[in-house]
Design a protein around this ligand. Structure first.
Ligand code: ARG
Length: 460
């Protein structure tokens, strides 16, 4: 048991802290991950204290140099954390005081762990946003590379998971690039809202000492200092928003994973996943399982859980700091870690996956995916769309009963359903013709998809 007086906050305590309470309240076992941000924040805070003559130059130098040493030790794994000091903030401060004495005792002037932890978390989240943005970019690049390499492969486009209309495989890949682009922008917007510095809020009310929050904010790369000290220590919106952004990313990855799982099945047989991204079965010797994709889909539940966790922790919390806020770290860290890992493994998997070109092409023969093109053909000859839809529906029904493709039907057979069908109809039938005839903006037309590929190459 540690005596109250051994604590940095021990002055008003006579008795000792129960070991059960030390175990229960400590956070250093998980918030040690904030050590870089904590040390950076402390160095800038000390610099501000120096600027405002609240500490001397030699105090500042001792604080700065010792904090640097501590950072190196933590990085090297040789620093000893002690749960007696609760969290990363007090572990570092206690070590500083232990090493330099009086100058160390001055560091916490005009600061509370409440604004300190808010600042550390914002710095950590900002850095995490930047690295997830990079991972998204890598993933987009991998998709784009595949889109370029596989630019003329056609495949069935699905609605309701049924053959719908033929599309270019590269068009599908670029759809994923668009999804991830929205994710990237969402993160950037979250970063803008986050980038307000809470330092100077102290416990909740600010300080009577002549501090300079503009200085600390600027030095730490924030766009502005706090406007309201109570809000500054209470706010965890940035954490919720970040985990929400991560939830959207993993939701997108999960949709992509599900799609590829289906396409890699024997029933669809459109994709060949590289062996290095598959695992075997302990009993069935023939198996080559797509576990990576399944795990990405599976992790989605955890990340959504992290979002719900954070929202629930915040629900009903009165202003300003409450210890409940210490629980924000688990969901924040876990969501970032899981999404980061999922993104980087998915990026590698994308680069190693090949399309079964022949199967994709022959899958396009089935399912009357050129029926819409035939309906449009009649529209071009003046037939109202609803009328041509009816006629083509009847043609499809007839063709299906004879197990024929539309392009295998004779003109006479087709004309029985609509007299405006003539020889040139064969120019619109068949998957290749469909693709070649697309022309609307954003469509699967080869020329437009190539244009999009070039645009993305510039952007990324
Ligand atoms: N470990 C705490 C947390 O993560 C730091 C702030 C503690 N503040 C306090 N007043 N007990 O939230």
């Amino acid at each position: 048991m540690t005596n109250g007086s051994e604590k940095l906050w021990g002055g008003r305590f006579e008795g000792k802290t129960s070991p059960a309470v030390e175990d229960f309240t400590e956070s250093v076992s998980f918030d040690y991950r904030l050590f870089r941000e904590d040390i950076l924040g402390s160095m800038v805070h000390a610099e501000m204290l120096l600027k405002k003559n609240l500490i001397s130059h030699s105090d500042f130098v001792e604080i700065r140099d010792t904090l640097k040493d501590i950072e190196k030790e933590i990085e090297a794994g040789s620093f000893e954390f002690d749960k007696k000091h609760e969290d990363i903030h007090m572990n570092i401060e206690a070590a500083l005081i232990d090493r330099v004495g009086e100058p160390g005792l001055k560091l916490h002037t005009a600061r509370s762990r409440n604004d300190q932890v808010a600042c550390d978390l914002k710095l950590w989240t900002r850095k995490s946003i930047d690295s997830v943005v990079e991972l998204l970019r890598d993933c987009q690049k991998a998709l784009l590379n595949r889109a370029e390499a596989l630019s003329d492969i056609i495949m069935p486009g699905y609605t309701h998971l049924q053959h719908a209309q033929p599309v270019l495989f590269s068009h599908v890949l670029l759809a994923y690039v668009e999804m991830l682009e929205r994710d990237r922008r969402r993160l950037m917007e979250c970063r803008c809202r986050l980038n307000v510095c809470p330092l100077g809020a102290c416990a909740l009310a600010g300080s009577g000492l002549p501090i300079d929050p503009d200085f600390t904010a600027e030095k730490l790369g924030f766009d502005s200092p706090l406007n309201n000290s109570i809000d500054a220590v209470s706010d965890r919106d940035f954490a919720v928003e970040f985990v929400y952004c991560l939830s959207m990313i993993i939701m997108h990855l999960s949709r992509l994973a599900e799609e590829w799982l289906i396409w890699a099945s024997h029933e669809f047989d459109l994709l060949d996943l590289d062996e290095s991204f598959c695992t075997g079965s302990s009993i069935m010797p023939q198996k080559k399982n797509p576990d990576v994709l399944e795990l990405i889909r599976g992790k989605t539940g955890r990340v959504y859980g992290n979002l719900m966790d954070l929202l629930t922790t915040l629900k009903g919390l009165p202003l300003s700091y409450n210890r409940d806020l210490q629980e924000d770290k688990f969901p924040l860290f876990e969501a970032r870690d899981e999404v980061g890992k999922s993104l980087s493994v998915f990026t590698q998997l994308i680069s190693s996956t090949s399309v079964k070109t022949k199967q994709a092409e022959s899958a396009c023969e089935k399912g009357y995916m050129d029926a819409t093109a035939l309906a449009d053909y009649l529209v071009c000859r003046g037939v109202p769309f609803r009328e041509s839809h009816q006629a083509v529906g009847a043609i499809v029904r007839h063709a299906a009963s004879m197990d024929k493709k539309l392009c295998d039907m004779t003109i006479d057979e087709m004309r029985r359903f609509h007299e405006l069908i003539s020889e040139d109809v064969y120019d619109v039938l068949g998957a290749r013709n469909c693709i070649e005839n697309y022309c609307s903006k954003g469509s699967s037309a080869p020329r437009l998809v190539k244009e999009q590929i070039e645009l993305w190459k510039e952007k990324l």
